[in-house]
Design a protein around this ligand. Structure first.
Ligand code: DAH
Length: 362
């Protein structure tokens, strides 16, 4: 090939390279020119056919062609790569000032009953109570008889009990009507000193604005050889202050009657009506939140503890009612209606885990 022919080939190649629309087309051109069977490589093979005196000039000319085509390819490749990056960036443009979109996990909410149960557990755990549990389906003995409520006792009527069909031995299992049977289970399973709370579901055949057939209680039990009424009062006062997150709470211990405690009391807390809401711990109104007392000697004897040696206190409080009070939810039935709108409004973010250190509800 003569020098003018090489020049023509060069300008053809350079022009094609300059016009290459994308990296793939450019690669085709590279293979077509510089690849093993490419047009420029083929020229090199011709070297051996030339007379020796012509080889040097020809070789230099083809090498120069190869170099300039190589340079043009590289320059074009860089240019196309830059364009491709710019295009990609433009198509993936993100507005970083937009708020983060919530994923499905972040939209979930913790039910107020679960949250308040965790708050209550946190407070009592901090006072050294451990958590005990019992089943929702209880024996008649644990739910009633062991708690000093024998068959025919009028207190059984107050409980609106859901009974199961009688078993082979004639006794009927019940849906537990309170968490108090966990007292019995704990005292049968462990030796004093005991200091437990037992949160859980309880059932009564009752339904209106402030009653649902299933609701939640926390039972408390302390048994040793010296715990007295003063300890009970202190524990409940400390609990109420911590739970309602106030420095002082007005409390009233009212004489009452439960078969499983002697003496027995109901506890009211003071509150004031402020506009549509209420303020806890002050004011002239009273609201009952729990029952409590010193564990009855008959209960101790029923679980094999010597009442002359052991004593202690018990209490039972309604979780749902405490949740309604603290977070201003007016209708108990809405708690269990499975209404997503309600849960979004009153529920808690999954990571708002209540701790005393961080503030229970902050
Ligand atoms: N079990 C009672 C109820 O459901 C509440 C209660 C009262 C529990 C006094 C106790 C207690 O442990 O001492 O109505």
């Amino acid at each position: 090939m003569s020098a003018p022919e090489l020049d023509t080939l060069r300008s053809e190649l350079l022009e094609a390279i300059a016009r290459a629309p994308d990296l793939a087309k450019l690669e085709d051109l590279r293979v077509g020119a510089l690849g093993k069977k490419g047009s420029v490589s083929a020229l090199m093979l011709k070297l051996s056919e030339l007379p020796p005196e012509a080889r040097k000039d020809y070789g230099q000319a083809v090498n120069a062609l190869k170099a300039s085509v190589g340079e043009a390819l590289e320059a074009k490749r860089a240019e196309l790569a830059k364009e491709a990056t710019a295009e990609k960036l433009a198509s993936e443009r993100a507005d970083v000032t937009l708020p983060v979109r919530e994923g499905p996990l972040a939209q979930g909410r913790i039910h107020p009953v679960s949250q308040v149960t965790d708050e209550i557990t946190e407070i009592f755990a901090d006072m050294g109570f451990s958590i005990a549990e019992g089943p929702d389906i209880e024996t008649d003995f644990n739910n009633f008889t062991a708690l000093n409520i024998p068959p025919e006792h009028p207190a059984r009527q107050d409980h609106d009990t859901f009974y199961f069909e009688p078993g082979p031995d004639g006794t009927r299992a019940v849906l537990r009507t309170h968490t108090s049977p966990v007292q019995v289970r704990t005292m049968l399973a462990e030796k004093p000193p005991l200091r437990i709370i037992a949160p859980g579901r309880v059932y009564r055949c009752d339904s209106d604005q402030t009653h649902t057939p299933m609701f939640h209680q926390v039972e408390g039990l302390v048994i040793d050889e010296e715990t007295h009424l003063g300890h009970l009062k202190w524990v409940l006062e400390e609990f109420c202050k911590a739970f309602f997150e106030v420095k002082q709470v007005k409390m009233r211990f009212r004489a009452s009657h439960f078969p499983f405690t002697e003496p027995s009391m109901e506890v009211d807390i003071g509150y004031a009506k402020v506009g549509d809401g209420i303020r806890i711990g002050e004011g002239e109104e009273w609201l009952e939140i729990l029952g409590c007392g010193m564990v009855h000697p008959n209960v101790l004897a029923n679980v094999g503890l010597d009442p002359a040696r052991y004593q202690g206190f018990a209490f039972g409080l309604g979780i749902d009612r405490l949740a309604m009070l603290k977070y201003g939810m007016p209708d108990l039935r809405a708690f269990f209606a499975g209404d997503l709108g309600w849960l979004k409004h009153y529920g808690f973010p999954p990571l708002a885990i209540p701790t005393l250190a961080a503030g229970l509800s902050s």
